[in-house]
Design a protein around this ligand. Sequence first.
Ligand code: ADP
Length: 421
Amino acid sequence: MLFVYMGSIMDFVKKVNTTQKEIKMFVLVVNAGSSSLKYQLFDMENKVVMAKGLCERIGIDGKLKHQTTGMEKVEKSIPMPTHAQAVSALVDSLTDKEYGCISDMSQISAVGHRVVHGGPWLTKSVLVNDAVIADLEKCCDIAPLHTVPHLLGIRGCMQVMPKTPQVLVIDTAFHQTMPDYAYMYPIPYELYEKYKVRRYGFHGTSHRYVSGKAIELLGKKAEDTRIVTCHLGNGSSISAVKGGKIIDTSMGFTPLEGVIMGSRCGAVDPAIIPFLMEKEGIPVSEMGSWMNKKCGFLGVSGVSSDMREITAAIGKGNDRARLAYDILCYQIKKYIGSYTAAMGGLDCIVFTAGIGENTPRLREDSLSDMEFFGIKVDKAKNNEKNPCLISADDSRVKVFVIPTNEELVIACDTDEIVSSL
Ligand code: ADP
């Protein structure tokens, strides 16, 4: 009798565990572009990625790449005339019996959307409702290239998962702590008021993640830290984080300002733009695309917008590739110097994103001859396979390489907002 009783308890425990497993909830992170949509599904209990994928060629024909962690990658052609159909396709993949990882769409407790520009209206992570959508629609005026596709992705998710809460996590949000003298451009004040033209800053989710990790690694109170974070990818931005809060950042009203990038010019004398428009006969409608797509490493080197190809060309003696590379190193150094002055000192520098994480030579070159500043790189540590602390033991300023994880921040913010509902 006892045996039977114990047996049923064990069954009960097993059943409860299984039931818990069955109702385990996941957060879907979505990054919607004009013809693509990237996604990751997070198990929030263990903060790990269960599956990730990419819907491509939305509105053209449609291609889906999906991979559940620990399984083979799946690639399929699926018609995706709209973002909603792309969302349907990704949900089908996540719930597929063969290569999916959840049994039902209802296991997705919330969707977190990456939003590049929140303007002055959306200043922190927020649950989607009609008012929030209206605020995001206002951003179409100042950042149409990103906002229009974001809205398509959000509406696509709302259509396919009408009962699932949607959260926006905004790239400009972490930069909201900048003082007015750092975000204000010297333009007539009424035009700032009328058009909301000011510095917003971008990659905020990344700067927030890596500066948070750096504070942990420094083992200090956030209030006592002064950090320069260098997010160097296709798009690059550098931020000054004092006391855990942004006080300045290199990108501006759009993600075009700041350092030289893959194909973006970064900061140039504004007078150059009308001068070249006139000389080259470039119309206003094309100038944005010219500054975003024809400049940067690509424009200077004539080789590529990709740092791997730039470094390969330097290896073959290409002087213009070397020049593009030197411009970036020099600009990083200048930003570190100016942000150190702005923060009244420096405790730590962080390198992150594609270039920051993978180009040891560039980290070394941008920090060369800065020992007078208390910055000294340990070459051996810097050249390790997965480096973390790369400064020398006697370097007063610590230098870290910290792989960014914007998706995890989006998942955590989303989970936090939804858990408090
Ligand atoms: P995005 O801004 O599109 O997210 P990434 O952060 O992926 O860009 O960074 C892309 C840049 O990182 C490219 O210039 C690429 O050459 C560079 N990069 C990526 N991986 C490596 C690598 N292993 N070695 C050198 N550069 C790399």
